[in-house]
Design a protein. Structure first.
Lengths: 121, 121
DNA sequence: AACGGGAATGAAAATCATTTTCATTTGTGA
DNA sequence: TCACAAATGAAAATGATTTTCATTCCCGTT
């Protein structure tokens, strides 16, 4: 397995902690860094595995990566401008737990995301 | 502009109101219907414009279409054997609504999925 | 210093969903 | 029948992502 190239993470930070692999690539090129797209994809993949970054999807299906500082949270994403709000998911945790128990599942995790149009759009 | 081919909508219904363009295509082929992928994409696009179907994204980025107004459900997936259970998500609907209002979002939708180990695994 | 093996790298090719192009077919009204 | 707009679909184009594979880099060992 390959580990993440540190310049990728630092670029993602500089990008405002929110960019697609292609954007990270273009950014690094513009800054004169010499790196291949493949390495960027691998690095981002590895950062996702290590839960250092989160991955979401744009409306067009392109994957976007963002730094994921805190513990466990969910996202409220504007499908027009991509603006994202981190929200509490206490209700979800409970729901997931109840549903899992009800069907004999254990060792559970979950994903939940809300999308819509933000006030500005 | 092209209008939707009615067989596409009827197939989407038969698919349980939830499928990707590629899946609709395969389904129609299996049923002996003669239709091109292009027409399916165009029909689904048009159905989305007319707000007759909704479009979401799978984790892998593939677009999935579902009938609007269809009572949607969530999934409880075993990460070992892949077994899937459809579950109710009343709590989620409420949570999504509250969170959206709280942040001024409208026209919202959501995704939620629970994964873990099923009783057999 | 030379050697060896595993990890990292990236160019190029392969994949795959989706879109575009464009020539053909179909339907409809004059 | 004629003409023209809409519908259709095969094939090519696009664009993100993944895979392949040969090369380079790193590091500890002789």
């Amino acid at each position: 397995m390959s580990r993440s190239n540190p310049r990728v993470l630092s670029t993602l930070e500089r990008a405002g902690g929110f960019a697609s692999a292609q954007e990270v690539y273009r950014l690094m090129q513009r800054e004169g860094e010499s790196i291949g797209l493949t390495t960027i994809y691998r690095s981002l993949q590895s950062l996702v595995n290590d839960k250092i970054v989160d991955v979401l999807r744009r409306d067009d299906g392109e994957a976007i990566y963002r730094l994921c500082g805190e513990a466990h949270h969910h996202h409220l994403v504007c499908k027009s401008c991509g603006d994202t709000v981190e929200i509490e998911g206490g209700a979800i945790e409970k729901w997931a737990k109840v549903m899992a128990e009800e069907h004999g599942f254990r060792d559970i995790g979950h994903t939940a995301e809300i999308f819509g149009l933000c006030a500005k759009c």
